[in-house]
Design a protein around this ligand. Structure first.
Ligand code: C2E
Ligand code: MG
Ligand code: MG
Ligand code: MG
Length: 282
């Protein structure tokens, strides 16, 4: 009986695994036509300056309008795109679309910096520098208003290459942010070695901030470290006024999270920021 039961369990496991593979393969096939069919859209999540009480940045977050499945979040396809190599094409599209948008905002005198996620393959593709340089030129962007987000784990894949590329990008004047800080192979050494301009504290440290003494100590330490190294700092995943109060009291520069707004389509983002500007004038 036990053997039979075990066999059934394996069967179920295999079926689940098999259908997961099939789903992934389908997603990969669909991704090809997604690029050609303009099915991607960038949404923008506002970043709030806690010292000046205004929105000073946006993070571009990709959404996929899948013809059958509806709106897909990056969690459903970014890993597949990364494994299949399609991420370089998608990443190029993202960077271009974000820079085009940033140009429009600057045209309307919106003082907003654009944060763009860069994947490992895209970072190590060999033409990120060239692409960024071209986009800065084509869209006449102030370089420091473009901030590339990369994770610590990604940088660690090839430290020498990453050091050189970060150096070159920093010389162009664009910002470099460590995304999801504290979750990867954190090494204090690279904070000195890479010309980083910003750290984004991972959401996991913020979610239990007001109930966990440990998270409070960790966040305070990261804030102190950022200050000592002259890095700007964003707290990700701020959802409650209590979390915001803790961060503001501890002089964290910037916050991002559902407390303020999720990522919005461009028209709604502009409206959101515009209203904020009207309010601050009063
Ligand atoms: P991320 O770079 O850490 O982006 C922040 C994620 O946290 C976003 O999820 C955002 O919607 C979510 N978030 C923001 N505030 C809150 C909050 O208060 N609570 C909670 N629970 N979540 C919050 P999203 O859009 O699903 O993106 C997930 C990840 O996918 C991103 O994490 C990023 O690593 C990746 N990603 C998104 N867009 C792109 C892209 O254009 N290119 C690449 N390579 N990766 C992307
Ligand atoms: Mg990010
Ligand atoms: Mg990211
Ligand atoms: Mg993050």
């Amino acid at each position: 009986y036990a053997k039979k039961k075990q066999g059934a369990a394996i069967q179920i496991f295999n079926n689940t695994l098999l259908s997961a593979f099939k789903d992934d393969a389908q997603i990969e096939r669909d991704l090809h036509s997604a690029i050609r069919g303009r099915q991607f859209e960038l949404y923008y999540q506002p970043l709030r300056d806690l010292q000046n009480d205004r929105y000073t940045g946006a993070e571009a977050l990709i959404r996929w309008h899948h013809p059958k499945k509806g709106v897909l979040y990056p969690g459903a396809f970014i890993d597949i795109a990364e494994q299949s190599g399609l991420i370089t094409a998608i990443g190029s599209w993202v960077l271009e679309a974000a820079c085009r948008q940033l140009n429009l905002w600057q045209h309307h005198n919106l003082d907003i910096s654009m944060h763009v996620n860069v994947s490992a393959r895209q970072f190590f593709s060999g033409n990120l520098y060239e692409q960024v340089w071209q986009l800065l030129t084509r869209y006449r962007l102030k370089p420091k208003t473009l901030i590339l987000e990369i994770t610590e784990t990604e940088l660690m894949e090839d430290i020498r290459y990453a050091t050189n590329l970060c150096q070159e990008l920093a010389e162009l004047g664009v910002g470099l942010a460590i995304d999801d800080f504290g979750t990867g192979y954190s090494s204090m050494r690279y904070l000195k070695q890479f010309p980083i301009s910003k750290i984004k504290i991972d959401r996991s440290f913020i979610s239990d901030l007001t109930i966990s003494r440990e998270s409070q100590e960790i966040v305070s330490a990261i804030i102190a470290m950022a200050k000592a190294l002259n890095l700007s700092l964003t707290a990700e995943g701020v959802e409650t006024p209590e979390q915001e109060a803790f961060l503001a009291a501890n002089l964290c520069h910037q916050a991002q999270g559902f407390l303020y707004s999720p990522a919005l389509r461009e028209a709604e983002f502009s409206k959101f920021i515009g209203q904020d500007r009207l309010i601050t004038v009063h």
